[in-house]
Design a protein around this ligand. Structure first.
Ligand SMILES: C[S@@+](CC[C@H](N)C(=O)[O-])C[C@H]1O[C@@H](n2cnc3c(N)ncnc32)[C@H](O)[C@@H]1O
Length: 289
């Protein structure tokens, strides 16, 4: 095949029937909670087309059969990687970071606190920008006192591709561009390829783990003071979101905070959290877990 034929072949999209779409979207929903309505047909085609062709299938039905019958589960992992949307950036939705600095940190982590423990979870961390933004903010807030604190930032995602990048913690110039120059200098090391690697003293605060929100139970012994789960539930339906919100509730210390994406609206759902302000919820301090 010539290069031109190869390019032409790659750009031809395999069509998907309603039946094939229903099979795949139901599988994706069951395994990830991601809810794809009929109008997302073209999304499935554009994201899975290459994988289906590389595997030499002519249609989505054969690909579906292959995924559900793969005993290793790797076919499912690759499919989830393609379907999940990993868009993120440093200090996305700045309002949350301002609120943390001005209200939440002084309340949860006062200088006088005896138990100097901080536990934060970036749930659906994608390529790591969110959790590193939190680490930079905590470092700025605590200053030289940071060494007196036991800080644990957990960052989880279902996508292995995203997690591999997050663990590498290397970002291109355009991804760090929006950060203040002093912050880049303080928290990144320039690599030989003129990219920016998060410094070890920040990286060691963070633990990256694979976790699927659909798992019946979360495998944590301890609880968190703050959970960020932003721009994730937008892909879920009400039932899946409510189950997840309940699991977050039980994963927080009393008085702990849940931050969701500003385009996500859970105020209309019946849950145990107290509404604080747009995209900010709190587990009441008096409530036992
Ligand atoms: C759009 S990104 C959001 C990243 C970051 N929280 C932000 O707001 O910038 C959504 C992330 O949720 C992850 N995700 C989707 N479904 C998931 C599931 N069932 N379990 C865990 N993570 C999931 C995706 O892999 C993706 O990295």
């Amino acid at each position: 095949m010539t290069l031109k034929e190869n390019i032409d072949n790659a750009s031809i999209l395999i069509s998907i029937s309603d039946k094939e779409f229903n099979l795949l979207s139901e599988l994706i929903y069951q395994k990830t909670g991601i809810f794809l309505q009929q109008h997302k047909k073209s999304l499935i085609v554009s994201r899975l087309n290459k994988i289906v062709k590389d595997l030499k299938f002519n249609n989505f039905h054969d690909y579906y059969e292959y995924v559900i019958n793969d005993p290793s589960g790797e076919a499912l992992v690759s499919m989830v990687d393609k379907i999940s949307t990993n868009h993120t950036f440093f200090f996305r939705e700045k309002e949350h970071f301002d609120f943390l600095k001005e209200q939440v940190f002084p309340e949860l982590f006062p200088v006088s606190k005896k138990d100097k423990k901080i536990r934060v979870w970036s749930a659906g961390c994608s390529t790591g920008e969110e959790v590193f933004s939190l680490a930079f903010l905590l470092s700025e807030y605590l200053g030289t006192a940071i060494n007196q604190w036991d800080i644990g930032l957990l960052a989880t995602d279902i996508s292995m591709t995203a997690l591999v990048k997050a663990r590498e913690s290397v970002y291109s110039q355009d991804r760090v561009n929006a950060l203040p120059a002093e912050m880049i200098k303080k928290y990144f090391q320039k690599t030989e390829n003129a990219e920016f690697k998060v410094k070890e003293e920040i990286k060691k605060m963070v633990l990256f783990k694979k976790l699927n929100f659909m798992d019946e139970k979360f495998p944590f012994k301890g609880k968190f003071h703050i959970i960020f789960c932003r721009n994730v539930m937008i892909y879920f339906d009400k039932e899946t979101s409510l189950k997840l919100i309940d699991k977050f509730y039980h994963s927080l210390y009393p008085g702990g905070y849940l931050m969701i994406g500003h385009s996500e609206n859970i105020a209309r759902y019946h849950h145990s959290f107290q509404y604080i302000k747009p995209a900010v919820y709190k587990k009441e301090a008096s409530h036992e877990s």
